[in-house]
Design a protein around this ligand. Structure first.
Ligand code: NI
Length: 201
C-alpha cells in the first residue's frame, strides 16, 4: 500500500467527528476496502538460483466480524483474487492468482464507548494458488495453511458506519513444481494492509 493512501486514511480518521461506539455481543461488522498483499518473500532451491521473487498486488478486501461477546469477535477475511507477478532477477517469468481466506479470533480492548475501537487478532490462513503460469513450463504451487496475526481499528463516524484500517502478517509457504520437478519452496509471508469503511449491524 502506498504511504499516501495510509496518510489519507489517517487524516480522514483524524478529521472525522467523534461518535461513541461500543461493540456488543451479537453485533456484526462488515467492512470493505482496498486490500494490498505485500510479500516478504524468500525462496529456496532452484528458485533461489533464479533469484525468484513474488510481487505485490492490490484487490477489493472484505471482512466480517461477529461479536461472540462484547470484547471478543471472530472475523473472516476475504477478497477478490490477488494476482502476483513472479520474477527472476527482476524480470517477469510468470504469475499466479491466489485467495487467502483468513479466520481470526479478535480482541477489542476498549471498555467504554469510544469512537475508536482498536483490536488485535490471531488466526489461521488457508491460501489457494490457482492459474499459475510461467514461461519456464508447467508451474504448480501447493496450497498453504498457516497462522496469521492482525492489528486493526474501527473509527465510528455515525451510529452504524465506521472507517477501518487493518493489517495482517500471514505465514504463507508453498512448494513449487515445474512439471514433475521440485524447484523449491516459496515463503510468501506477506503483510496485508486494508483501508476501508464498515457497517455495524
Ligand atoms: Ni513462512
Amino acid at each position: 500500500m502506498k504511504n499516501t493512501t495510509i496518510a489519507t486514511a489517517l487524516s480522514l480518521i483524524a478529521l472525522a467527528s467523534p461518535f461513541a461506539n461500543a461493540y456488543q455481543k451479537g453485533d456484526i461488522i462488515v467492512r470493505a476496502g482496498v486490500a494490498s498483499v505485500q510479500p516478504n518473500d524468500s525462496v529456496t532451491g532452484t528458485l533461489k538460483t533464479l533469484n525468484g521473487a513474488v510481487k505485490s498486488n492490490t484487490q477489493l478486501g472484505l471482512t466480517a466480524s461477529y461479536m461472540l461477546s462484547d470484547k471478543v469477535g471472530i472475523e473472516l477475511l476475504a477478497a477478490t483474487p490477488f494476482k502476483h507477478d513472479i520474477t527472476s532477477n527482476g524480470n517477469k517469468i510468470g504469475s499466479t492468482k491466489q485467495l487467502p481466506p483468513t479466520l481470526s479470533l479478535q480482541y477489542y480492548p476498549m471498555d467504554a464507548k469510544s469512537a475508536l475501537q482498536p483490536y488485535v487478532g490471531l488466526g489461521v490462513n488457508y491460501t489457494a494458488f490457482f492459474e499459475e503460469k510461467s514461461t519456464l513450463g508447467d508451474l504448480k504451487l501447493d496450497n498453504s495453511w498457516g497462522v496469521s496475526a492482525q492489528l486493526g481499528a474501527d473509527y465510528a463516524i455515525s451510529e452504524h458506519v465506521v472507517l477501518n484500517a487493518a493489517m495482517w502478517y500471514i505465514d504463507i509457504d508453498t512448494k513449487a513444481k515445474l512439471g514433475s520437478a521440485n524447484i523449491g519452496t516459496v515463503s510468501v509471508d506477506p503483510w496485508v494492509y486494508m483501508v476501508g469503511v464498515g457497517y455495524k449491524f
